[in-house]
Design a protein around this ligand. Structure first.
Ligand code: ACO
Length: 311
């Protein structure tokens, strides 16, 4: 029952051709991309908040400069992604309105608090580490503007991941109290990081269609497994313990067996009931409202300039 247009589109996807903004695409493909790219953009800008929280309290000037640069990078990622979404016929204002009304989601991970400096290490190491694991394959996603945005974002994310790991190395090799802070940060961020990959494959409603369209390249469980395989030796190198008694190397699958995150907690967080959901959204809405005068000024200036050019 697929139309000739849909068949031709799928054939292009199957040949690994990139789809570009003005080309024909099925409505479902467009909608799925707007949802995923939009949520990804929202995650980048909400993701600035847990780390922005520590800029004024960074332990040294150098750490402050690094953290400031990293948080600015996240803003940049948000902007490339909003621009990529706009090529699909949705405006940035519409996307932000849907974020503010709760209609669109952002990554669950940013609803957890950052309580100590060691959390800056854990966020860089685990959260950016999980983000890269998910985003490296997305460089090959079928929609051209999204795949190109991912190339630059991945380069910056790998720097973010390493700066986080560097903080963890300092803390884990510091005083006993610092090592304890590093362990505590790992304890709190381990399972929420595993949740970033989304629900288990059997509960992932979008995976099948998104993979057929090559919007997604891997399933949620595949990427989660890869993340665990890469991260466990990194924790061992730090002398820290992954907070999962079920964690064990499985020779046969050449990967670790590990416990599933608490999926009830995950679904509760994405419904808006995580520890920081209300605070995060309120901060974003205030930033939007307080920036209104500036957006109005830019628009007025653009209109004046256009009139002057026309005259
Ligand atoms: N946080 C919040 N919502 C999530 C998460 C998560 N970690 N994982 C899944 N969901 C939501 C989905 O958005 C979907 O809800 P919706 O229908 O209202 O949109 C629902 O849970 C079911 O999940 P799936 O069917 O598995 O959804 P999908 O195929 O979109 O896969 C995934 C989820 C893997 C996150 C995918 O969207 C993706 O790869 N996105 C791009 C990467 C990204 O957004 N990263 C942001 C965090 S990293 C960072 O920005 C630093």
């Amino acid at each position: 029952e697929a139309t000739p247009e849909e068949l031709a589109f799928q054939a292009r996807i199957d040949r690994d051709e990139k789809i570009e903004p003005k080309e024909w695409m099925p409505e479902g493909y467009r909608k799925t991309l707007i949802r995923q790219i939009g949520q990804h953009a929202h995650s980048e800008i909400v993701g600035q908040l847990p780390e922005g929280n520590w800029i004024t309290r960074a332990p040294t000037l150098e750490r402050k400069a690094i953290l400031l640069a990293k948080v600015q990078d996240e803003a940049g990622h948000g902007l490339y992604l909003y621009s990529a979404a706009e090529t699909l016929g949705v405006s940035r204002d519409e996307l932000l309105e849907k974020l503010h009304s709760g209609e669109m989601k952002y990554s669950s991970i940013f609803n957890y608090p950052t309580l100590t400096w060691a959390d800056m290490g854990a966020v860089g190491w685990l959260v950016d580490g999980a983000a890269i694991m998910n985003q490296v394959p997305l460089q090959r996603t079928s929609y051209g503007p999204y795949s190109r945005a991912m190339i630059r974002i991945c380069k910056e994310e790998s720097f973010h991941q390493r700066q986080g790991y560097h903080i963890m190395m300092k803390m884990a090799r510091g005083t006993p109290e610092q090592k304890e802070m590093a362990q505590d940060a790992l304890n709190r961020f381990w399972f929420p990081s595993l949740m970033m990959f989304g629900p288990s494959d059997k509960d992932s409603v979008h995976s099948e269609k998104s993979m057929a369209w090559k919007i997604k390249i891997n399933t949620n469980d595949e990427l989660r497994q890869r993340f665990v395989n890469e991260t466990v030796p990194q924790a061992e190198f730090l002398g820290l313990t992954v907070p999962d008694p079920e964690l064990a190397w499985n020779e046969e699958k050449q990967g670790y067996d590990f416990s599933e995150p608490d999926w009830a907690e995950f679904f509760d967080v994405i419904k808006g009931n995580g520890p920081c959901n209300r605070e995060r959204l309120a901060t974003r809405k205030d930033a939007w409202d307080e920036g209104a005068w500036f957006r109005d000024g830019l628009t007025a200036h653009a209109e004046k300039s256009a009139k002057r050019r026309a005259a």
